[in-house]
Design a protein. Structure first.
Length: 432
């Protein structure tokens, strides 16, 4: 759409150029005869201030929504119980997001009966520097096959007269790994010098059993026989464990050692044994979320102080101070106070105590719910309002609206004003 042509038809009188605007729009601050060069809202300074306020308020708004679990990241350190392993060497927690209360809030234990393992075929150790032709290989192409399920993968490696056993082992390992077929190969060595021995080992890439009572893979061919790698030296098995929540749970099986313990908790099993799991608040996550809120709020204070002068000067700073002062006791309870310059300070020890007692969770989002009582929810609404109405907080000095006003080019001035609003995304802030 050509904005200039539609907004200000050629030949229209200055008063007709205003005819498409409502009476309410004509009475607003931004449309009250501040057209053309004298309108501060068409200046780079105004636009820069507008964008600063919007972007800073939007950053605070987004952070509050994310911290409460209503933004792009649904996880939240508030209103959730964090699982803590009593023995991280035996089992570590990799994810925990169960809601507080009911079974999710109770401690429990995990019995690790066995770990998931890879199938491994470990070849016979040979003197590494022995000639390959003295160990069952022939000069020319030598063949080995790996069968996984119904698929067979063939590997042909050329052996030269002077190659050592280790040279040939390395070539087969490289050929297998280059195919990315679900197994990996490596050459293991022991000793040094002429006493060094080496062996080819082939292992399934993933743990667990692919098919009951069947090996995950088989190895065949003359080269496999020469390496002694046709036999399974470690069979694959699934992890087995029980989750006991006040009673003995059923045995669960997993092809992976990363297992689901229920209620949004996942763990990495490391050794067999029994591990106590306690449910606690995510105190570190809560403190970090509140620190982030304080930093972003202070960013908005800094932008507000940059807009103290002019027609709307000080309005944003006054509203930010008012919000903190009207909730001063709630902020102080968790170690947050406002200093003489209008910025928020944190008492680290008091905040840690508030996190441990549950006061920090109540401060942000009571019970994990999005309620009006939660300070994060209040901060979210305030930041949203400021971001949506950023032009009301820009403290740019306005000039005399009638200075240098030329009725003969009024239509062009209104046209420039309209396009400036559109380009800066300000039109609806100004009209409604």
């Amino acid at each position: 759409m050509n904005i200039n042509a539609n907004f200000n038809p050629v030949g229209a009188s200055p008063m007709m150029a205003m005819g498409g605007l409502s009476g309410r729009s004509m009475m607003t601050r931004t449309l009250s005869f501040q057209g053309g060069r004298n309108n501060a809202e068409t200046t780079p300074a105004f636009r820069e201030s507008l964008m600063d306020i919007r972007h800073t308020a939007d950053a605070l708004f987004t952070a509050m929504r994310d911290a409460m679990g209503f933004g792009a990241d649904p996880s939240s350190p508030f209103g959730t119980m964090h699982a803590v392993s009593g023995n991280t060497e035996a089992m570590s927690i990799v994810a925990s997001g169960g809601r507080a209360g009911a079974a999710a809030g109770r401690d429990f234990e995990v019995e690790i009966l066995q770990l998931a393992t890879h199938q491994r075929n470990e070849g016979t150790a040979s003197t590494a520097n022995t000639r390959a032709t003295d160990s069952g290989f022939t000069v020319g192409n030598n063949q080995m096959s790996v069968t996984i399920g119904n698929q067979r993968f063939d590997f042909n490696v050329r052996v030269n007269a002077n190659d050592s056993v280790r040279d040939v082992q390395n070539r087969f390992a490289e050929a297998i790994n280059a195919r990315n077929i679900g197994v990996t190969a490596q050459v293991t060595t022991e000793g040094t010098g002429n006493a060094m021995t080496s062996a080819l080992a082939i292992q399934s890439r993933e743990t667990g059993i692919r098919q009951e009572n069947q090996p995950n893979f088989t190895v065949s061919g003359a080269a496999a026989t020469a390496f002694g790698v046709t036999q399974v030296t470690q069979a694959a098995q699934n992890a087995e464990f029980r989750v006991n929540r006040g009673f003995t749970g059923a045995v669960q099986s997993s092809r992976s050692n990363t297992v689901d313990l229920g209620f949004g908790t996942r763990a990495e099993l490391r050794t067999a044994g029994t591990v106590e799991v306690t449910m606690a608040r995510d105190e570190v996550g809560q403190i970090n979320a509140v620190r982030n809120m304080v930093n972003l709020f202070n960013d908005l204070v800094e932008v507000a102080q940059d807009n103290r002068s002019g027609q709307n000067g000080g309005r944003l700073e006054r509203e930010l101070r008012s919000m903190i002062n009207s909730n001063a006791s709630a902020f102080a309870r968790v170690g947050i106070t406002m200093n003489q310059h209008g910025f928020l300070d944190i008492d680290e020890e008091r905040m840690r105590n508030a996190a441990a007692s549950g006061d920090l969770e109540n401060f942000a989002a009571p019970g994990g719910a999005r309620t009006n009582a939660g300070m994060f929810n209040r901060m979210e609404r305030m930041a949203d309002r400021v971001g949506r109405n950023a032009s009301n907080y820009v403290g740019v000095q306005q000039g005399n609206p009638m200075n240098n006003f030329d009725m003969t080019n009024m239509s062009a001035n209104w046209n420039n004003q309209f396009n400036s609003w559109m380009n800066a995304g300000m039109l609806f802030d100004s009209m409604f």
